[in-house]
Design a protein around this ligand. Structure first.
Ligand SMILES: [Zn+2]
Length: 244
C-alpha cells in the first residue's frame, strides 16, 4: 500500500497530463483566432482614422468654400470701386488689395486641390480595408466554428477532469512539502512534474534506472526522482498491474 499523498500527487499528474492532451486537440485554433482578432482590431482602427480624416477634410472644405465666396464678393465690390477712383494712389491701393485677395484665393484653391488627391487615396484605402475586414471576419467565423466543434467533443471530458483536478489539489494541500515539490517540478518541466517509466528507463531522458529505484517507484511510498534528469517517476497503471 502506497502513501496516500504520493498516490494523490501521481493521480493529479495524470489528470493534468490528460488536460494538456485534451487542450492540444484545440491545436492552433485559439492562437489563430487571437491573431485574427488582432488583425480585425487594427483594420477597424485604420478605418476609424480614415473616416475621421475624411470628416476633417469635409469640414475644412466647407470653410474654404465659404471664404472663397466671401473673398470673391469683396473682389467684385473692389472692382466696382475701380471706376470711381479719383487718384493714382487710390487706384494703386485698390489694385494691391485686389491682388492680395486674389493671392489668398489662389492659396485656398490650391489647398482644395490637394484634398481631392487625399480623398481619392483615403477612399481607395477604405475600399481595400473593407475587403480585408470582410476576409478576416470570414476567417474568424470559420476558425471559431472549428473551435466550437473541437470544444463540443472535449468539453464534457475536460469539465470532469477539471473537477477531479480540483479535488486532488484539495487533498494534496494536506501535505505542503509534496505539494510544493510537485509545483516546483511542474514549473521546471513545462507543466509535467512526472515521467512514466518504460522498460526500466525514464521516459523523459531515456536513461536506464537501477532496480532499487524501480522498487521505490512501484511502492509509491515517496517521491522518486530520475537520477539523470531529476523529473519525478511513476509507473503507468497498465504496467503496474502487469508487474503485480
Ligand atoms: Zn530522466
Amino acid at each position: 500500500m502506497g502513501n496516500t499523498n504520493i498516490v494523490n500527487v501521481i493521480n493529479l499528474h495524470k489528470v493534468e497530463k490528460k488536460l494538456i492532451d485534451i487542450n492540444n486537440k484545440r491545436g492552433e485554433l485559439p492562437a489563430k483566432i487571437a491573431s485574427i482578432n488582432e488583425q480585425i482590431e487594427s483594420l477597424s482602427k485604420q478605418k476609424e482614422e480614415s473616416e475621421t480624416r475624411l470628416a476633417e477634410i469635409e469640414k475644412r472644405k466647407v470653410l474654404l468654400n465659404g471664404t472663397l465666396s466671401d473673398i470673391e464678393k469683396k473682389v467684385n465690390s473692389l472692382n466696382d470701386q475701380m471706376y470711381k477712383v479719383k487718384s493714382n494712389k487710390e487706384y494703386e491701393a485698390l489694385l494691391s488689395e485686389i491682388d492680395h485677395l486674389n493671392n489668398e484665393n489662389n492659396n485656398h484653391f490650391e489647398e482644395l486641390g490637394t484634398f481631392e488627391d487625399e480623398i481619392g487615396s483615403i477612399n481607395s484605402n477604405l475600399t481595400e480595408n473593407a475587403e480585408k475586414l470582410e476576409s478576416e471576419n470570414n476567417k474568424l467565423s470559420a476558425n471559431q466554428e472549428k473551435l466550437n466543434e473541437a470544444n463540443l467533443l472535449i468539453e464534457s471530458e475536460e469539465k470532469e477532469l477539471k473537477k477531479e483536478k480540483k479535488s486532488l489539489t484539495g487533498l494534496l494541500s494536506n501535505d505542503r512539502s509534496i505539494e510544493s515539490a510537485y509545483n516546483d517540478k511542474k514549473d521546471e518541466y513545462e507543466g509535467l512534474a512526472f515521467a512514466s517509466i518504460n522498460r526500466n528507463c525514464c521516459n523523459n531522458c531515456y536513461s536506464s534506472l537501477p532496480p532499487q529505484l524501480i522498487i521505490d517507484i512501484e511502492s509509491q511510498k515517496k517521491l522518486v526522482s530520475c537520477p539523470s534528469c531529476s523529473i519525478f517517476l511513476y509507473i503507468e497503471d497498465e504496467n503496474l498491474e502487469e508487474e503485480e
